[in-house]
Design a protein around this ligand. Structure first.
Ligand SMILES: Nc1ncnc2c1ncn2[C@@H]1O[C@H](COP(=O)(O)OP(=O)(O)OP(=O)(O)O)[C@@H](O)[C@H]1O
Ligand SMILES: [Mg+2]
Length: 376
């Protein structure tokens, strides 16, 4: 029997639930060629949402889709090479068409194009020429040139886009990207990434080149009601049952966090013979906490004592860190110290700050601190 529920990878088809509004919004943005940045804490479903939407769009022959992951790019040169490679490979349907496309679009730019295995797999690699500036400029305009020549619209999706924030002269690079991309009339850019704080720096800061580049979509969590239906359906389809209130309880236990709901649902499913009860969910949650013990201990080992105490205060539900009572009981020092602690934890995406509200980003990490972490 197939084990239901899926976590840790992009989910599709039956594993994908809800996101109706976000799907529509992203589709509208693509159809109106509005650029979109998608921002959320880790593992809330950005990559899965984009995968679903571009699969829908790819059925329309008027659109060409290009997807890239910037995660492995350490500098601009690697970005350009990977960008050009992904574009050429993904607009081609065979080795032959790749050769033709390369001839048509990049032969003057990159004379050293070579194919790793032209007859069976269509991969492309470049010589060092890519690093030269005029070439890089032309690479950035490739989607628009392809769109114009083919009479199509191009959708460019770049995952882990925050990686460009790590490049040594990132602001200059961001300006170059923005200058090119804003001229493209037949291309929609969808930019998303797992580091919320860095994505906000790129898209939300007034001084950033990408400020007001397009629509910023703050992806919400999936609602408890949607999770309830999804969990009950998956149990039923696989020959087991879970009551509606238990399904709700399961999702709530991990604050409706998409990745953890799927993981906890699978652990609960594996632990029950026929019917999943609240006790089953509690047992599964304890085993989940145990399995993450080492990882969470490592995080705690990597922060300062004051940061540890700040996290403990957050897990205890303290909302006003700067009150004198909290400052002294959690030994946080001064208001100024609290600001420094908060900024450091935010940079590491351990906490999420929205206006005055501060949350531990990972709901299971929060639970672990509440239940298992003893600060001495
Ligand atoms: N629409 C959805 N329906 C059901 N489960 C989902 C959905 N979206 C995400 N998930 C769950 O969350 C997990 C993480 O999803 P995904 O990788 O798309 O998130 P992400 O925001 O791109 O993560 P990261 O921040 O690490 O890049 C998936 O493996 C799946 O378990
Ligand atoms: Mg992702």
């Amino acid at each position: 029997m197939n084990i239901p529920f899926s976590f840790g990878k992009v989910v599709r088809d039956d594993d994908f639930t809800d996101r109706t509004k976000e799907t529509e919004k992203l589709l509208d943005n693509i159809h109106s060629l509005t650029n979109t940045a998608i921002i959320s804490p880790r593992r809330w479903g950005k990559s899965s949402l984009v995968a679903k939407v571009v699969t829908m769009v790819s059925e329309d022959k008027d659109y060409l889709i290009v997807r890239m992951n910037a995660f492995k790019c350490d500098d601009e040169q690697e970005f350009y090479a990977s960008y050009a490679r992904n574009i050429m490979e993904q607009i081609s349907t065979s080795a032959e068409s790749l050769i033709n496309n390369a001839r048509e679009f990049i032969s003057t730019l990159l004379p050293k194009v070579s194919f790793s295995d032209p007859l069976s797999r269509y991969e492309i690699s470049f010589g060092l020429d890519v690093v030269r500036n005029p070439i890089s400029d032309d690479i950035l305009d490739l989607p628009q040139r392809i769109a114009s020549k083919r009479g199509k619209k191009v959708v460019v999706c770049i995952d882990e886009f925050q990686q460009i924030g790590e490049f040594s002269n990132t602001l200059k690079f961001q300006k170059i990207l923005r200058n090119h991309w804003q001229e493209h009339t037949d291309v929609a850019y969808i930019l998303y990434g797992s580091r919320k704080h860095m994505m906000l720096n790129i898209f939300g800061e007034y001084k950033s080149p990408f400020y007001k580049f397009g629509d910023i979509m703050f992806l919400p969590k999936i609602s408890n009601g949607d999770w309830r239906i999804y969990i009950m359906d998956r149990f039923r389809e696989s020959g087991k049952t879970i009551d509606s209130d238990v399904a709700e309880y399961l999702a709530q236990s991990v604050e409706n966090h998409p990745y953890y709901v799927q993981q906890l649902a699978q652990l609960s499913w594996l632990r029950c013979e026929e019917t999943c009860t609240k006790e089953t969910v509690d047992g599964a949650l304890s085993s989940l906490l145990d399995s993450l013990n080492l990882q969470f201990m490592n995080i705690m080992d990597s922060v300062t004592d004051k940061q540890k105490r700040y996290l403990c205060a957050l897990a205890d539900g303290v909302s006003k860190m700067t009150s004198s009572h909290v400052l002294s009981s959690y030994k946080l020092g001064t208001n100024g110290n609290v600001r420094i602690i908060r900024n450091a934890l935010m940079k590491r995406d351990l906490i999420d700050v929205e206006g005055k509200s501060v949350q531990i980003q990972d709901p299971v990490f929060k639970l672990w601190i509440q239940r298992q972490y003893k600060y001495i």
